[in-house]
Design a protein around this ligand. Structure first.
Ligand SMILES: [Zn+2]
Length: 321
């Protein structure tokens, strides 16, 4: 049975060694550790070895051939743009500290010590060619750096905030408010009815591309309630939160969601997509779902295995009930 431990971006997660974040002195020592491992990001894109990764958008498309590694540097990485922020991600099996650094958008590889080592590449493409541990490192770093970019000022009093705890917290020097990286829960659901499941497409998606419906959990509701509310809002299909079945979840760094996967037995069939959110939604048979997963459907295709929607559809399509 598929669990959250099997879903990309959080498979084989890094040992976070959160106790090491607390002491600024220990983190300073860790930055100078000769065994330190540092990966680099720029505008949300990780630096990986080799040429362009290429984004596989359809199952069956060539992803990019062999797996490709992140570019890892040692202590010298901290001499690149010294004022650029970093986060302590954790440690490797031997206790070596691991950091990510966020280089500024105008940083150029040409002429730097990094020239010829690799390229900054689109996160979705990179995640498909990195090892599970490396994909976990850069998706964690991406969410944290994005949070820092958007939370430079105190939400309580408006003052400029400071990074503490090795990048895992910001504090306000004026009102002393503490700010923590946010993770937004999203219900992502497959409504099913007998031998059919409901897939939809948003405006602007490539032709033939269908996925599960999804929406943010609002204050005061459970993830099951959010899933049913979104299903009805987006497609006009009703379901009972009591019958929702939780499958697994996935941290999703675009910018920082936790995608919580559910199957919802639908209690109505008519689809109404008059709201702006969906362009169309369709009941798809289990056989068609299997064809989509295999990249063999003549008309439709679904998200690649990097995305939880692929695994939700697969979990249901492989059932015999
Ligand atoms: Zn404040």
């Amino acid at each position: 049975m598929t669990t959250s431990q099997d879903i990309p971006l959080a498979i084989k997660p890094i040992e976070r060694a959160a106790h090491r974040r607390i002491s600024p002195r220990d983190i300073a020592v860790a930055r100078g550790d000769p065994d330190v491992l540092v990966c680099l990001m720029r505008s949300g894109e990780p630096l990986i070895e080799g040429g362009q990764a290429g984004l596989a958008t359809r199952p069956g498309d060539s992803v990019s051939g062999p797996q490709r590694p992140l570019v890892w540097l040692g202590p010298e990485a901290f001499r690149l743009v010294p004022e650029a922020p970093d986060v302590f991600l954790g440690e490797d099996r031997n206790g070596a500290p691991i950091f990510a650094r966020d280089l500024p958008p105008d940083f150029s590889l040409a002429g730097s010590i990094l020239e010829g080592l690799g390229d900054f590449e689109d996160m979705r493409a990179a995640a498909q060619v990195l090892s599970p541990l490396e994909a976990n490192c850069v998706s964690t770093a991406r969410s944290l750096f994005e949070w820092h970019r958007r939370h430079g000022f105190c939400a309580n009093c408006g003052s400029k905030t400071q990074i503490v705890e090795a990048g895992w917290k910001r504090i306000c020097p004026d009102c002393e408010a503490e700010h923590f990286p946010r993770t937004d829960p999203v219900a992502i659901m497959l409504a099913v009815r007998g031998d059919q499941c409901l897939l939809g497409r948003s405006h602007g998606w490539p032709g033939g591309f269908l996925s599960c419906l999804a929406g943010y959990v609002e204050p005061g509701e459970t993830v099951e309630q959010a899933a049913c509310r979104e299903l009805e809002e987006e497609a006009g299909v009703r379901a009972d939160p009591e019958r929702a079945e939780y499958l697994f979840c996935q941290p999703w760094p675009f910018p920082s969601s936790l995608m919580i996967g559910l199957i919802l037995p639908a209690e109505s069939e008519e689809i109404r997509t008059e709201q702006d959110e969906l362009e169309a939604a369709y009941w798809i048979s289990r056989e068609e779902a299997r064809e989509m997963l295999a990249g063999e459907h003549p008309e439709f295709y679904c998200p690649p295995p990097m995305a939880i929607a692929h695994h939700i559809l697969k979990a249901w399509a492989e059932r015999e009930d």
